[in-house]
Ligand binder design. Structure first.
Ligand code: ARG
Length: 444
């Protein structure tokens, strides 16, 4: 029973939040007259002393005492006697753990959000440097149209900004205080839940005591937001892995984020990127695991919810590591802009520009222009040359209204410069977008 029941091995992670919650609870009890001022002072000093013991590794955690809440409370009574035994007035471990865990998740959201903003800043900085540098743009992983490297990096800044938004939304909904719901029904003591909520930085108390002690939506929302974040980081990792492989050769990752091979002396493996690519597996697994714990639970508290902590701690660690590694890789990577530019023009990447010219100048309907361009691409393919290497006569053989002006739109640079529609890849757009992000994020 002790082995399956005790949670101290992992919930000791909540010690700071537990002490914070107890300090607020004691202050509230004193305010409404359930503790004397001197009892509250004894409790405060006792809890601060315990915090020091834990911080300095001088606290003895006991499995018999089950969890962090009982460990701290027992130690408090040991230290200060009678007053310590009064702390649990108008409180249950059910509302206590719900409060501690909300505080922990709120802190975690703040930490992860700061890391996301830092990564966005690194990406936007690199995007500004490479605002005009061409790279092949892909659909179906086939060369499609030229884009700029900066534009590609900024796509990830957009994804991360949505992750930041989702975490912010989760934080806003999380920020209600369950403390004072007691075991499930509320309490007969004249407590002031608004005071406790304010002490702990919550916007207000939760509204329904049954919901308060059994709700873990806030943890699930957090894990769901982390799963999407992990998915984005996994996609970026996959691109880094592709980009640094020799057949692509777009970037070099630094020695700091790669490893050698024990047999092949020339190898430089992108292990950090691969591990970030993989971490989403754990994170999404943690999300699904807790979702399955919660499904089918009757109201109100049930011990099942003790299983909420490990997935949240695990996913937080995975996300924290992933963000740190990704930030390092992005800051350190060196782009081979010449190689990317060379490849940006391959695969008839400016065929769409040719079709657009036919629409703009001789005013062919787009479908017709698409067909004409297809024939020209076929011709170039047969000759084994680029579109710009076809002669004017050859082109006019397919469409007599083509003139010399067409050659102006067949280069990578002209293609890039023409993509000025909102959100498009034109270097001037990309520079503006990168600067906008850096202004919003506060450059450092
Ligand atoms: N360790 C428990 C948890 O994490 C604390 C709440 C225990 N409540 C109870 N009624 N046994 O859920």
């Amino acid at each position: 029973m002790a082995d399956i029941n005790a949670s101290i091995a992992f919930d000791k992670t909540l010690w700071r939040q537990d002490i914070r919650g107890s300090l607020a609870h004691a202050a509230m009890l004193a305010r409404v007259g359930l503790l004397t001022a001197s009892e509250e002072q004894e409790i405060r000093e006792g809890l601060n002393g315990i915090a020091e013991e834990i911080a300095n590794d001088r606290f003895e955690f006991s499995q018999e005492l089950e969890d962090i809440h009982m460990n701290i409370e027992a130690r408090l009574s040991e230290r200060i006697g009678e007053a310590g035994k009064r702390l649990h007035t108008a409180r249950s471990r059910n509302d206590q753990v719900a409060t501690d865990f909300r505080l922990w998740v709120r802190d975690a959201i703040d930490g992860i959000s700061g890391q996301i903003a830092a990564l966005m800043r690194s990406l936007a900085t690199r995007a500004r440097d490479h605002a005009a540098d061409a790279m092949p743009g892909f659909t179906h992983l086939q060369v499609a149209q030229p884009v700029t490297f900066g534009h590609h990096l900024l796509a990830y800044v957009e994804m991360l900004s949505r992750d930041l938004g989702r975490l912010g939304d989760a934080r806003a909904r999380l920020n209600e205080c369950p403390l004072g719901s007691a075991a499930l029904a509320g309490t007969s003591f004249p407590i002031d839940r608004h005071f406790t909520a304010a002490q702990l930085g919550f916007d207000r108390p939760t509204a329904n005591s049954l919901d308060s002690v059994s709700d873990r939506d806030f943890a699930l929302e957090y894990l769901s937001a982390l799963s999407l974040l992990g998915m984005h980081l996994s996609r970026l990792s996959e691109e880094l892995v592709l980009w640094c492989s020799a057949p692509f050769g777009f970037i070099r990752l630094s020695d700091g984020f790669t490893t050698g091979s024990s047999i092949m002396p020339q190898k430089k493996n992108p292990d950090a990127a691969e591990l970030v690519r993989a971490k989403v597996g754990r994170i999404a697994g943690d999300y699904m695991g807790l979702l399955m714990v919660m499904k089918g639970l009757p109201l109100a508290y049930a011990k099942d919810t003790q299983e909420d902590k490990e997935p949240v701690f695990d996913a937080t660690e995975a996300a924290t590591l992933s963000l740190a590694a990704m930030d390092g890789m992005i800051r350190d990577m060196v782009a081979d802009t010449g190689r990317m530019r060379d490849l940006a023009g391959t695969g008839f990447a400016t065929a769409t520009d040719l079709a657009d010219w036919l629409v703009r100048v001789p005013r062919l309907p787009f479908r017709t222009a698409h067909h004409v361009t297809g024939r020209l691409v076929g011709m170039a393919e047969a000759k084994g040359c680029d579109l710009s290497d076809l002669t004017l006569e050859e082109m006019q053989g397919v469409e007599p209204r083509i003139d010399r002006g067409i050659f102006d739109v067949l280069t990578v640079d002209s293609s890039l410069a023409s993509r000025t529609s909102e959100g498009g890849t034109a270097p001037e757009n990309v520079l503006r977008a990168a600067q906008l992000w850096l202004d919003r994020l506060g450059e450092n």
